[in-house]
Design a binder for this molecule. Structure first.
Ligand code: ZN
Length: 224
């Protein structure tokens, strides 16, 4: 799979002919692209309705590409009201199959306006990705690892609103993925993080997890 980091908590994931955006905050200060640059999208996942997770951009992307918008029920209903045609209004524990991608909505511990804060586990033919949204660490992450066999874990590390390096390293141990990519840090001064400290803490906490530190705009090819 090809993973492109779009800054903050935003990712573009490509597998075969499918393009999936997660929390596409393309108006964010570190985003390397704008909604105008989006040519193709099949699914857009939004973990919660805080502005830095790209609900507004997700609506624009879905309208221009016909992509499915997937989020928790109340946010999905809002997206329908905002004019998105293809919407899945999941709730915690629920899954939906869109083409050859299976998307499961899972809980997160955070706050939000509509519905509840969530994370996504997306099973692609090229591998399984867990985007936890904004959250603190919680022990059910071990359950997700055991149940879904996570290949790629996208872990918030910036503290203040989400997990810090210490919690994120424990989260990585619980999820036990093949690869972890840190996110949700260095966008603003209050979420400054030390990626090398995270790398060291992961290597102390768990064996055989590769830490991939990405710059906004960078892409990597991962084979699972
Ligand atoms: Zn948030």
């Amino acid at each position: 799979m090809k993973v492109t980091y779009l800054g903050h908590a935003s990712f573009k994931i490509e597998c075969r002919e499918n393009v999936v955006y997660i929390d596409p905050w393309l108006t964010g200060p570190t985003s390397p692209m704008k909604v105008d640059d989006v040519e193709k999208a099949d699914i857009v996942l939004v973990t919660h309705d805080h502005g830095d997770h790209g609900y507004a951009e997700a609506i624009e992307i879905c309208k221009k590409t016909g992509a499915y918008f997937v989020a928790i029920n109340e946010l999905g209903i809002q997206a329908k009201g905002d004019g998105v045609e293809n919407v899945h209004t999941l709730n915690i524990g629920g899954s939906v199959e869109i083409g050859d991608i299976n998307v499961t909505l899972v809980h997160a511990f955070h706050s939000c306006g509509k519905g509840a804060p969530t994370g996504f586990i997306a099973k692609f033919p090229c591998g399984t990705v867990y985007h936890p949204g904004d959250t603190g660490v919680f022990s059910d992450m071990r359950l997700f690892g055991e149940m879904y066999g996570i290949d790629l874990f996208l872990s918030c590390i910036g503290s203040y609103y989400v997990m810090d390096e210490h919690q994120a390293a424990m989260a990585t141990k619980l999820v036990n993925p093949k690869v972890v990519i840190p996110m949700h840090y260095d966008t603003f001064p209050v979420i400054k993080a030390d990626t090398e400290d995270f790398r060291n803490k992961v290597s102390q906490a768990v064996k055989d997890v590769k830490v991939e530190i990405m710059k906004p705009g960078e892409s990597i090819e991962l084979k699972f």
